[in-house]
Design a protein around this ligand. Structure first.
Ligand SMILES: Cc1cc2nc3c(=O)[nH]c(=O)nc-3n(C[C@H](O)[C@H](O)[C@H](O)COP(=O)(O)OP(=O)(O)OC[C@H]3O[C@@H](n4cnc5c(N)ncnc54)[C@H](O)[C@@H]3O)c2cc1C
Length: 322
């Protein structure tokens, strides 16, 4: 049986290896448009490649996926992070777990993963053709075969696997072959926020902020590290919120009110108490120079000005802050 896998990324390699190993009599050809396959794996995880996650319960694992959780539950019950770890271990690649559960090769180098996939594919007999962009794909008339056209030639196969990542051509081919494809939307992005209160604060970060998208039907909020940038907001809390709210944000054309609790470990009452205490602890200190809360100094100073307090004042003005 002739199998063609289109796309030499992580998915294409893993699929081609699986086909060639499970059905050794098949002829598996892997077509990659670029000169170098696995280019995204190489840059993944900041060059270290976050291979999998230390979570071995499919029901828990799918809770980390904003979309597709139900479909993934089935896939994870057949092949889950434990299998990924064993798969790489069998090929001499050991993984380690970081405090947050992310798993990387012990070499801290994505090249370890790239080389493992290249070597395993070669050993399994996968024919890799780099610099081979697929131009068109057709189901041959009155035949179960596919015609896969490259620049100068057409290949024919019995089975076709599309692993072209985010390339819209891959989605078009899948649709033309009868699959249902839901249009993808951006995810894992930073927020562009034009709020004068954030000006001059680029580089300021807090360890744990709670972000909530307002005026939405479902509750969309995330808590985690937050970074103020030159154009708005970034950091894990923002990226996660963008992933969970991806479809809704796109529907609303990315115009949506955002509420930030810069002190996620506090509530209104405990903040009030801290400010009240500051009145007695530091009655003579200038408010601008005395922050009784665990906030970066520059952020505090911005808040003092934003609520309209004379920055040189002390004592009674604490009331206005609270
Ligand atoms: C900066 C960054 C860091 C990341 N870090 C991590 C991480 O640490 N861990 C993690 O799990 N995920 C990470 N990701 C996400 C991860 O890279 C992707 O989820 C993953 O690469 C998707 O793999 P894929 O094989 O589906 O698609 P891709 O990697 O996009 O591969 C698709 C391949 O298909 C080829 N192709 C497309 N069209 C054609 C065509 N017509 N003919 C032939 N070939 C074609 C492309 O050239 C490409 O090589 C990261 C992503 C980015 C951008």
């Amino acid at each position: 049986m002739k199998v063609i896998v289109v796309g030499g990324g992580a998915a294409g390699f893993f699929a081609a290896i699986a086909c060639a190993s499970l059905e050794p009599r098949s002829r598996v050809t892997l077509l990659e448009a670029g000169r170098e396959p696995l280019s995204k794996v190489r840059i993944s995880g900041g060059g270290r490649c976050n291979v999998t996650h230390h979570c071995f319960d499919p029901a828990l694992l799918v809770q980390n996926y904003p979309r597709g959780g139900r479909a993934l539950r089935g896939a994870f019950s057949r092949f889950q992070p434990r299998d990924t770890i064993a798969w790489f271990a069998e090929r001499g690649v050991k993984l380690k777990t970081e405090a947050d559960g992310r798993m990387f090769p012990i070499t801290d180098n994505s090249a370890t993963i790239v080389n493992c996939l290249l070597d395993t594919a070669a050993a399994a007999g996968v024919e890799l053709r780099s610099a081979s962009p697929v131009k068109t794909i057709e189901l041959l008339p009155n035949s179960p075969e596919f015609a896969v056209s490259l620049q100068n030639k057409t290949l024919v196969c019995d089975r076709l696997l599309l692993a072209t990542g985010s390339n819209p051509a891959g989605h078009r081919w899948a649709k033309a072959l009868g699959h249902t494809v839901r249009s993808p939307v951006p995810s894992l992005f930073t927020f562009n926020v034009k709020d004068p209160r954030l000006q001059e604060l680029a580089g300021v970060s807090v360890e744990s902020a709670r972000l909530r998208l307002l005026d939405t039907e479902e509750k969309l909020e995330q808590t985690g590290p937050l970074l103020i940038t030159h154009w708005g907001l970034s950091g894990p809390a923002v990226l996660k919120l963008s992933a969970w709210g991806a479809r809704m944000l796109q529907e609303r054309r990315y115009q949506i009110p955002l509420q930030i609790n810069w002190l996620s470990q506090h509530n209104l009452e405990t903040v009030r108490q801290q400010l009240e205490r500051a009145k007695t602890d530091a009655p003579k200190k200038q408010i601008i120079n005395y922050c009784p809360l665990p906030l970066p100094r520059r952020l505090w100073q911005q808040f003092v000005q934003a609520v309209g307090i004379n920055p040189q004042r002390s004592g009674r003005s604490w009331r206005k802050m609270s």
